[in-house]
Design a protein around this ligand. Structure first.
Ligand SMILES: [Zn+2]
Length: 716
């Protein structure tokens, strides 16, 4: 029996029509066009942007280990979540009141975009070409029941469109029906208004806000009113981020990424950089080898529709266990005992017989016999629904690890870091950029590698870059989770976790193989699931599975080991995708009362925010992408608790200013007046654009580190 056949079901197509979400009133807004119908076959997996019915529906999804592609957010008063799900799951959700808004990415898209990118790169190489560039105070009126405070009002212009975003808090925090409306006026006299929506997190009122709204030109005045009579003072919106790095000098070299890169490609790139820039680079082999792109060989013995066992090898498939056969036989004689024998790569279970010669062994007895007699080679589990049933004569079944990748070495993997700088001796302030903790986030190593190569290539020609490499010691881990990444490229696009399977019992059934693994960015020690924080799971099949213990995984241990071994590291950036966020600690809170990890001091908060504005400004300089003010801030405030994430351990335990990028900002679609998600594996042109703009952000982080070190030195 071929393992894969089991997942093939009759495909029925679920057709869902996305809601035509009317856009809040705005002077510039065109009428919203109806979006295309969203269809997904029952067994197809995709990333789908879904408008949930209510907070309870989101809580239920999180509790059941749903695979959230990025942080849920509120849009037009509704909770929007990007979920990795099948057509069947989407059908269930919509039956419970959710609405599909956008198919962000289908399973096959990633591989097509990868292949396209490699082909295009080869064609360009053949043609000798490079890749294409692609707080104000408020006053309340005397009769008002509530007081309004405009917490944020920012504007910016990107690709010819001006946007306005506001965040306003009412003192009537417990009244869920308070409506707040923002009115604006531009320099040339145009006016308009839009509603804000109440945002609660973990049951606590935070503020009212809306997604960035299009306005015809620079807004010069903004005020808010509430349905309880509260009126804010009129204020002037602030330009966001209002910080830009110096323009790039003539001849600045960039654009070193011309295709998606697999872990094997990244290994080759690291080797090439070390050879090419010998005087500026060390390659560090991180201490924990990962499991490798490997899996136990497994198969079903019996008929899964009637009675069956899952039999798997104790060793990995590549350790001479792929192709091993398993069978049950009828001894053909009466009164025989149940026996288990292994010979010539065939495991044979001879079933027990009664006085009439009829086989009488049950599924449980056969599983127990295999586990007792061949504990070093095989592990047998009774399929759900097969317990206690007569074990049929079955097989031989060939065990197989099911891995499709042929170019990936099946052995433990050495994760590598690049160390860049003129003085790589700990005497300079250190910066760490690391990416692809989550396997499916293919654009993220493109960001860190583009950054590394910009620093190296320009060191010889650009005095400013040379000076940065004189003053700063840079560490880059392009792929933290290579095994999961190999699986994402070769087997299952939406793989998020690593390849280590900690499941036991029936959860080891190969039908769950795309749900195994540990969420590397929930496996760290501070504010962890094990400490009672929110945003990770003990369920080995959950997208946020925290592992068996803090730092149980090689991948997370490597990040921390690198930081511990180099105490000069003072700044870090954890690069994820997608959604366009820029965040810092605290990154987690306890469910009960939403108690976060300790807040940074005022001084440190100021450093986080001022540095963020500089880095957001640098990102915007590349192709106009502006990370929203509402998505710039502490992780726990910009909508999410991520128990046991790496930035929190780096900050709270090692004193590192630790940020997180979510690259891949939503794109504004003027035809529909909607912000649209880009997904984990967008068409390569988009991934290329992300690599360029966020690499520029990382260069700015190096400048931030240099300035910090200079200020510290001056302070003595
Ligand atoms: Zn991620």
């Amino acid at each position: 029996m071929i393992v894969r056949r089991r997942w093939t079901a009759a495909a029925t197509t679920v057709i869902l029509f996305s809601a035509v979400l009317s856009h809040p009133a705005s002077g510039a807004a065109a009428p919203a066009a109806p979006a295309a119908p969203i269809s997904l076959s029952a067994t197809e997996t995709a990333v789908v942007r879904v408008q949930l019915r209510d907070q309870a529906q989101l809580d239920r999804l999180v509790a059941t280990g749903a695979d959230l592609a990025n942080r849920p957010r509120t849009r037009d008063g509704r909770i929007i979540a990007d979920l990795v799900l099948s057509g069947t799951q989407l059908g269930e959700l919509t039956a419970q009141g959710a609405t599909a808004v956008q198919v962000v990415q289908r399973a096959g898209d990633g591989n097509r975009h990868y292949t396209d990118s490699v082909r295009a790169a080869q064609a360009r190489t053949a043609a000798g070409l490079r890749a294409p560039a692609a707080g104000q105070r408020s006053t309340a009126s005397a009769t008002a029941v509530d007081t309004l405070q405009v917490q944020q009002a920012y504007w910016w212009t990107t690709t010819g469109q001006t946007f306005l975003q506001a965040q306003v808090a009412t003192t009537a925090t417990d009244d869920p029906d308070v409506e707040i409306t923002v009115s604006w006026r531009t320099a040339d006299g145009a006016t308009g208004s839009f509603p804000l929506y109440r945002f609660e997190d973990s049951g606590e009122y935070q503020y009212h806000y809306a997604l960035p709204q299009p306005v015809p030109s620079r807004p010069v005045q903004l005020s808010a009113t509430s349905s309880l009579g509260g009126v804010s003072r009129a204020i002037t919106p602030t330009l966001w981020p209002n910080a830009s790095p110096p323009p790039l000098p003539d001849g600045y070299q960039k654009d070193f990424i011309d295709a998606y890169l697999t872990p094997v490609d990244i290994q080759a790139r690291i080797k090439r950089l070390a050879r090419q820039y010998r005087d500026l680079v060390d390659v560090i082999d991180l201490p924990n080898k990962t499991q490798g792109y490997r899996r136990n060989a497994a198969g079903y013995l019996g008929d899964t529709a009637v009675a069956a066992l899952v039999v798997e090898s104790v060793r990995f498939g590549d350790q001479n266990m792929n192709g091993v056969q398993v069978r049950t036989v009828d001894p053909g004689r009466a009164n025989r005992p149940l026996t288990v024998g292994y010979r010539d790569r065939v495991l044979t279970v001879s079933l027990a017989t009664d006085t009439a010669g009829k086989t009488v062994s049950t599924t449980d007895e056969v599983a127990a016999a295999i586990n007792a007699r061949q504990p070093d080679r095989f592990r047998a589990t009774v399929e759900d629904g097969s317990a206690g049933l007569p074990m049929p004569v079955a097989g031989p079944t060939r065990l197989d690890d099911g891995l499709q990748g042929t170019e990936v070495p099946a052995r433990p993997w050495t994760v590598q870091a690049l160390r860049l700088g003129v003085h790589r001796d700990g005497s300079r302030v250190g910066v760490l950029a690391y990416s692809q903790e989550h396997a499916r986030e293919w654009a993220t190593p493109l960001v860190t590698l583009e950054f590394a190569e910009r620093m190296l290539a320009n060191a010889r020609t650009d005095p400013a870059t040379r000076e940065l490499l004189e003053q700063v010691d840079i560490f880059v881990i392009p792929v933290v989770n290579p095994d999961g990444a190999n699986y994402s490229f070769n087997d299952y696009n939406f793989q998020r976790k690593n390849l280590v399977n900690h499941c036991e019992g029936s959860a080891r059934d190969p039908k769950y193989r795309t749900s195994w693994g540990v969420d590397v960015n929930r496996n760290y020690t501070v504010g962890s699931y094990f400490d009672g924080y929110v945003g990770a799971s003990a369920n080995c099949l959950s997208g946020n599975y925290a592992g068996t213990a803090e730092l149980s995984e090689a991948e997370s241990g490597n990040v921390i080991a690198l930081a511990q071994d180099h105490p000069n590291i003072k700044f870090a950036m954890n690069v994820h995708s997608y959604g366009g966020y820029f965040m810092w600690p605290p990154g987690a809170y306890r469910a009960d009362g939403r108690v976060t990890l300790p807040r940074p001091s005022i001084d440190e908060s100021t450093l986080f925010l001022n540095s963020a504005r500089r880095i957001v400004g640098a990102i915007a300089q590349e192709r106009g992408t502006v990370t929203w003010p509402s998505q710039t801030g502490p992780v726990a405030d910009v909508l999410y608790s991520a128990a046991g994430n790496s930035a929190d351990q780096l900050y709270y335990e090692l004193g590192i200013f630790a940020w997180d990028f979510e690259v891949g900002n939503d794109l504004w679609n003027p035809a529909t007046n909607q912000w649209e998600g880009v997904g984990f594996q967008p068409p390569f042109d988009e991934a290329h654009g992300e690599s360029q703009e966020y690499a520029h952000g990382l260069v700015e982080m190096v400048r931030v580190a240099r300035d910090y070190a200079a200020a510290e030195a001056a302070a003595g």
